[in-house]
Ligand binder design. Structure first.
Ligand SMILES: [Fe+2]
Ligand SMILES: [Fe+2]
Length: 482
């Protein structure tokens, strides 16, 4: 799709000039190492992004994984069942961003805050649920406004069920996209079903709920209460909800190891890889790592209606520019993955800010400016993505030091970083927005030109223009040339 054979017939004046700069401060891509990455390390690291999107302390999914896998060990489940469960536990919140925007609007509240506190509520208890709603909607507003918001929620009908459905469906879809087992996907789909049939989204009853999903429900709840009130709080909730939320057999299995100090001490520095069934341990080859980056790009872009395909398009545009500039296949792969993941830190920012129609306050703008820092922290955790963490995290930096968050300057920004910065801006300008249509490419280039060369790289800008010209060539011309 990037460039036609006809375009290649013209010698590329940029490719030679940039070749030396291409290697600037970038670590070599060791493809041999990348072919043997344990999938558990990658998914475990990226699960931290899902934690922050859910408003949970980082490591929530990993710690839930330890608890769930320990329950599976108590029950002596087969290696296949434990493998399904393992990835379901790590990816249980993969659908978290699917309802963030709607929830933030409907509750007039910070979606991450609302999601975090909702985890501590017993939804079967109508009084608790009502009091939580009253506390959560329109925080800081008077009673009149809160009641108005609650009425709005009530008018929406079965809103909680639809929130859960969107989230569960998207989570299962992400698991399937990663070619994980159907057992993993259905466990994620049903993780909020309750033993007494009062869960969501389908109201499944007892053993109608897949066993891994029942374990997910118990493990994630135990982690939340353990994190906030220690093992006593977790034990108490397990007993209170035994036979209501939770399968009684699973609660008994959980209670079996609540006195195991060594296990609970391991929650401080959890190592999930120890819990993956070794015979079935999944390996992340390059194709699978690409797929993981694509799947997480969907999670990121689902966060806001303003960014429907932003990450995917940034990756495509950056790759098109890289093609023009003569990057080799390994360098393009790194850049493409960085494009897909550059905004992963946005999962840490409330939709109340990201989707705000008016001007942001200074405080809100500061919150937005933290997202590249979160991107860096998250990607650094994944061994195979650590090499692109800096690249992805510097997409808002400018050559004259006026960018954020670190105000880096030209000497510190290598060519791939400059490519990503231009691709990010061009995508934003040419994307459809609720308040305006997509700007034509030439208009977007003219806007970019205002910042060239003091903020944005001139050669990258020229390469972008060549890429756009290639893209706009009629398909028939390409076919003839081919
Ligand atoms: Fe960004
Ligand atoms: Fe972006």
């Amino acid at each position: 799709m990037f460039g036609s054979p006809r375009a290649w017939e013209t010698p590329n004046p940029l490719a030679g000039r940039v070749a030396a700069r291409l290697k600037c401060r970038r670590p070599e891509v060791d493809t041999a190492d990348m072919q043997e990455i344990a999938l558990s390390d990658v998914i475990g690291a990226l699960s931290h992004a899902l934690d922050i999107a859910e408003g949970q302390p980082q490591g929530h999914a990993v710690r839930s994984c330890l608890i769930g896998m320990r329950i599976a060990a108590e029950l002596d489940l087969s290696a296949e069942q434990r493998s399904d469960l393992f990835y379901a536990l790590l990816l249980k919140d993969a659908g978290c961003s699917a309802n963030a925007n709607r929830m933030s609007i409907l509750f007039d509240a910070d979606d991450r805050e609302a999601k975090a506190t909702s985890k501590l509520i017993d939804w079967s208890d109508r009084r608790s649920a009502f009091l939580w709603s009253l506390r959560t909607v329109a925080p800081g507003a008077g009673l009149r406004r809160k009641i108005e918001v609650l009425r709005g929620i009530s008018d929406e009908g079965d809103v909680t069920r639809r929130f859960m459905e969107a989230r569960c469906d998207r989570g299962a879809e992400i698991a399937r996209m990663l070619f994980l087992s159907e057992g993993t996907a259905t466990a994620i789909r049903s993780l909020d079903e309750h033993w007494d049939g009062k869960g969501m989204p389908d109201g499944l009853l007892g053993e109608e709920i897949p066993l891994p999903a029942r374990i997910l429900c118990l493990a994630q709840t135990m982690e939340v209460f353990y994190a906030t009130g220690g093992i006593r709080a977790a034990r108490k909730v397990a007993k209170q909800r035994r036979g209501r939320w939770f399968d009684p057999t699973l609660v008994d299995a959980f209670l079996n190891f609540t006195d195991d100090r060594e296990f609970w001490a391991s929650m401080e520095t959890p190592d999930v890889s120890e819990w993956e069934p070794q015979d079935l341990a999944l390996i992340g080859d390059d194709a699978r790592l690409d797929r993981i980056a694509e799947a997480f790009a969907r999670v990121i872009d689902a966060k806001s209606p303003f960014t429907a395909r932003h990450s995917e398009r940034v990756a495509e545009i950056a790759d098109g520019i890289a093609d023009v500039l003569g990057f080799d296949a390994g360098e393009r792969r790194v850049l493409r993955r960085a494009g897909l993941l550059h905004d992963i830190g946005k999962l840490a920012v409330s939709n109340r800010i990201l989707d705000k129609p008016g001007k942001l306050t200074d405080e809100e703008f500061e919150a937005v400016q933290t997202h590249p820092v979160h991107t860096l922290r998250i990607l650094e955790r994944a061994p195979c993505f650590a090499e692109l963490a800096e690249l992805a995290a510097n997409h808002h930096e400018k050559l004259d030091g006026s960018g954020y968050p670190r105000s880096l300057t030209a000497a510190e920004l290598d060519l791939p970083m400059r490519v990503l910065a231009v691709a990010d801006i061009f995508e934003a300008l040419t994307a459809d927005r609720p308040y305006r249509g997509p700007l034509p490419a030439q208009e977007a280039l003219a806007i970019i030109d205002r910042d060239v060369p003091h903020k944005l790289d001139a050669e990258v800008r020229r390469a972008l223009a060549i890429h756009i010209a290639r893209e706009s060539e009629p398909a028939s011309q390409s076919a003839v040339a081919a």
